[in-house]
Design a binder for this molecule. Structure first.
Ligand SMILES: [Mg+2]
Length: 331
């Protein structure tokens, strides 16, 4: 059964916080299994604050994968702002619900409670509770592009390759996600033969074709991914362009160093193929692991990813100090 919390503000009653948007109504969608099960605690803190501040909202706790999309589809048109409490996977489900529910004029916000929180890092939403609440209530609205692939939307990035394989193999370690990523990553790189993780594919873009075996090919909307890695340093969230970064088969030690050097946002490597455009088609020539905003899927050989960009397709709430004219990237 869906837990539902309701709080309606009394019109005319003053709130503790001076807010421009006094009549705004929020839909809060909490994914209790995010951040190793700690997201529920974050969500409960948020609901307590909203009640204290007399902020009009509806809140739901999701019960299973896909539930966030269903909730948002149903409720998006009776609220002004939809808030995902969880990580990038939750953000992805909520955004898909906003789009399929016809909520194009509604605002999307995230209250970070995930493991990587790549969306929040990229748009500058702080990971501390009061900072994130402040963005939600007092932030600025602006539009970002969305990536579309095979009829669904991705918010930050989607990728094919060893990163998705690592995520797939850490699915059972929800509570120790980051150490598990490093452990499985080290295992694949140093113990198993890294070359075995490279997959044969054909990537067709506007600037040409990249064909061969790739360890990782990521298509993104934002520079930072996997929390620390500036894998697509040139990517912007509102430029109407998809950025791709791919790397072919490499031996373990250089691959590990390449990964670590991408922690520096100014680093560029001639081992990485950088490309960009408004559309990419990926033909998978072997069974492959795909991750979309951190959620992992296995695709069979012969399947195709058709990736395009929907310019300025989502209204998002970001910190008010973000200059509106600046390229949309976390400073
Ligand atoms: Mg872009």
């Amino acid at each position: 059964m869906t837990e539902r919390y309701t709080q309606r503000s009394v019109r005319g009653e003053s709130t503790k916080r001076e807010r421009e948007r006094k009549d705004e109504r929020f839909l809060i969608v909490i994914n209790p299994v995010s951040r190793g099960g700690n997201a529920l605690k974050e969500g409960m803190w948020l609901l307590k604050e909203l009640r204290k501040l007399n902020i009009d909202h509806e809140a739901f706790v999701t019960q299973n994968p896909g539930h966030a999309t269903t909730i948002v589809e149903r409720w998006v048109n009776s609220v002004d702002c939809v808030v995902a409490v969880g990580g990038d996977g939750t953000a992805n489900e909520v955004v898909n619900g906003i789009k399929s529910g016809g909520g194009d004029r509604k605002t999307f916000c995230v209250f970070p409670a995930g493991t990587a929180d790549d969306y929040c890092h990229n748009v500058g939403i702080p990971r501390n509770r009061s900072g994130a609440l402040d963005v939600m209530l007092n932030g600025r609205d602006r539009k970002i592009d969305l990536l579309k692939y095979n009829g669904r939307f991705a918010v930050v990035q989607l990728g094919v390759g060893v990163d998705a394989e690592i995520a797939y193999r850490t699915l059972s370690h929800k509570k120790i996600r980051i150490p598990a990523y490093f452990a499985v990553g080290l295992r694949i790189v140093f113990i198993e033969r890294l070359q075995h993780s490279a997959r044969r594919m054909r990537i067709e873009g506007e600037n040409g074709v990249h064909e061969g075996r790739f360890l990782v090919a990521v298509f993104g909307n934002a520079p930072l991914y996997a929390r620390y890695v500036y894998w697509m340093p040139e990517a912007r969230m509102d430029d109407g362009i998809i950025n791709m970064s791919a790397v072919g088969p490499m031996s373990p030690i250089p691959a590990w160093f390449l990964f670590l050097r991408c922690f520096n946002r100014d680093y560029r490597s001639d081992r990485i193929i950088y490309d960009s455009g408004r559309r990419f088609k990926v033909f998978l020539e072997e069974e492959s692991f795909i991750q979309v905003d951190g959620e992992v899927y296995k695709y069979a050989s012969g399947e195709t990813l058709d990736i395009s960009i929907e310019p300025l397709a989502l209204k998002v709430r970001v910190p008010s100090e973000t200059p509106i004219e600046a390229p949309f990237v976390n400073p």
